[in-house]
Ligand binder design. Structure first.
Ligand code: PEP
Ligand code: MG
Length: 541
């Protein structure tokens, strides 16, 4: 037995033979005599690559089709084509120029702070390598597997996965790779266990060997002995039973034993995660985080955001997506964008930051108002302290609408705006917030606990003071829920406590109408609620 450790990007446990994908070596280094011929060769290869992609698109659907369409569009991208032409003009062969430009483009995209856009980096590499292979005289073949296998490669390209019969791929093991790559995301979405960064040694020895891919612990064991094989078989049976049992609850409405309905929603940050959440039974997205756009320093413009939010709505397939406007500050630092603060948790956080940087806020609001024409969407503001904050935010919404009218762009006039309740002052003034027009509340317990109890949520030493079910927190939640009920608006909890089986029933008892959490926890919480009679849940408030 030989064990290699890596990083899990899609969970699961499988056993089977390993099949190494070898892309071989291309003739990138050949001597170039005539630049115009190299350009003509490149152009001919692009025509063939487009034909291949169109052929693949006819057999694909959904996500795969979108991915192939994006790759097709890249072959018309002027910036990419010019870069390749420049390398050819500088003396590179058509294949070398394509490969080099592809790598530079992919790197640029991968540095973007958004997972969805970063995954497109893999698509650029994929489509460029298709052109390179054509130039090398070996158009990409559909990979044929005689038996189900664990695919091994340096890194897996998106089209590697979709060109293979789904049932034939047991798992994916790569020596390099990235958790943000499209292939990793496709693996997660398709439920294929995947471990990356297993190292070069693993690739040398893996082909044709039996292996256990343990994408729970992030490891791969070559040539497992009989004891390990039996142990894996038992563990897989157990996992299958538990998964099937919980999956059986996906279609069951979430209603407590005493008849109180609860909406179970997912916390997400990109379209792939939304698709997964829908597949796992989410009724919608209760919290779409957007600040990661800013957190790596590049500022997304309105168009980029519009595309991103539209993709999120498409992924939700008609279910409501609740988008939170940028929530930066405190532990969510944006390099180069924020001045040092003595007390950042009490500083220019969330909505306060947006009201300081109205240029960024306007771009986001315009993108959201436009995207909202594509499907059901709500928008909420983080770190609202009271009515004044909400009014200022809504003034910005009016400005964004006026701007869109002036530009003649369609947008959703009736888009609803709500408040996150994360600061005690907001909970104490929930009735006034509803009266000021907040269309819903979403209680962010992660922060509400921090601010109510004056405990730094990042400091593990203070855990004993950080209580999701303290009397004070129960009062805050009950107060918010009462104000919501009287105003006839919904109230959700989207902090981590919503996924705690001991806390979720309590919050529902206190009047919360929906809970939003990581999608993996949805069915666990549904099971708890289905077995709960709220009259038996002790509460202090
Ligand atoms: C919260 O505060 O509960 C919340 C969901 O927001 P975040 O954890 O992103 O601050
Ligand atoms: Mg928060």
């Amino acid at each position: 037995m030989r064990e290699y450790t890596g990083v899990t990007v899609s969970e699961g446990l499988v056993m089977g033979p390993v099949r190494r994908i070898d892309r071989g070596v291309s003739g990138l280094g050949r001597l170039i005599h005539d630049r115009s011929k190299e350009r003509a060769l490149f152009e001919a290869a692009v025509v063939l690559a487009k034909d291949e992609l169109r052929g693949l698109m006819e057999q694909a659907d959904g996500d795969e089709r979108d991915m192939l369409r994006f790759q097709l569009v890249m072959l018309d991208d002027q910036a990419l084509l010019t870069e390749i032409s420049n390398y050819i003009a500088a003396g590179a062969g058509s294949a070398a120029a394509t490969e080099r430009a592809g790598q530079i483009f992919a790197r640029r995209i991968r540095d973007l702070p958004d997972e969805y856009l970063r995954q497109r980096g893999a698509d650029v590499l994929d489509v460029c390598s298709r052109v390179v292979e054509i130039l090398d005289g070996k158009p990409r073949q559909k990979l044929e597997l005689e038996q189900p296998a664990i695919l091994a490669a340096e890194s897996i390209l998106p089209s590697d996965i979709i060109s293979i019969d789904r049932g034939m791929v047991l798992g994916i093991a790569t020596s390099k790779g990235s958790a943000q790559s499209h292939a990793a995301i496709v693996a997660r979405t398709m439920g294929i266990p995947a471990v990356i960064e297993l190292g070069e040694e693993f690739l040398k020895h893996c082909d044709g060997h039996e292996a256990v891919l343990d994408a729970l612990e992030g490891r791969l064991i070559l040539d497992p002995d009989e004891t390990l094989q039996q142990q894996v078989r038992r563990q897989r049976e157990e996992m299958a039973r538990e998964k099937a049992r919980l999956a059986g609850l996906r279609g069951t409405p979430c209603i407590t034993r005493d008849g109180v309905p609860v909406s179970l929603l997912a916390n997400c940050s990109e379209p792939g995660g939304i698709e997964q959440a829908v597949a796992e039974g989410a009724e919608g997205v209760g919290l779409l985080r957007t600040e990661f756009f800013l957190m790596k320093g590049s500022i997304p413009d309105e168009e980029e955001q519009y595309y991103f939010y539209s993709s999120c709505l498409a992924a939700a397939q008609g279910r409501l997506v609740t988008v939170r406007t940028f929530d930066v500050g405190a532990d969510k630092l944006v390099e180069g964008m924020m001045l040092p603060e003595k007390n950042p948790a009490l500083g220019l956080r969330g909505l306060r930051f947006c009201l300081e940087r109205r240029d960024l806020f306007q771009d986001q609001l315009c993108a959201l108002l436009r995207a909202a024409t594509k499907g059901p969407m709500d928008v909420m503001f983080p770190m609202v302290g009271g009515v004044m904050d909400f009014r200022m935010a809504m003034d910005e919404v009016e400005k964004a609408k006026a701007n869109l009218r002036m530009r003649g762009l369609p947008f959703d006039e009736d888009l609803k705006f709500g408040c996150m309740i994360e600061v005690p002052s907001a909970a104490l003034c929930a009735a006034e917030l509803a009266a000021a027009g907040a269309a819903f509340f979403s209680i962010g317990t992660n922060d509400l606990i921090q601010y109510t109890h004056a405990v730094d949520r990042m400091d593990a030493r203070l855990d004993m003071y950080y209580k999701a079910d303290s009397l004070a927190i129960q009062r805050m939640i009950a107060m918010t829920a009462r104000a919501a009920r009287e105003a006839g608006i919904p109230v959700c909890v989207c902090g981590r406590a919503a996924a705690d089986p001991k806390i979720a029933p309590l919050y529902v008892k206190l009047g919360v109408s929906s809970l939003s959490m990581a999608s993996q926890s949805l069915m666990d919480i549904k099971e708890v609620l289905l077995n709960t009679d709220l009259s038996e849940v002790p509460s202090l408030a």
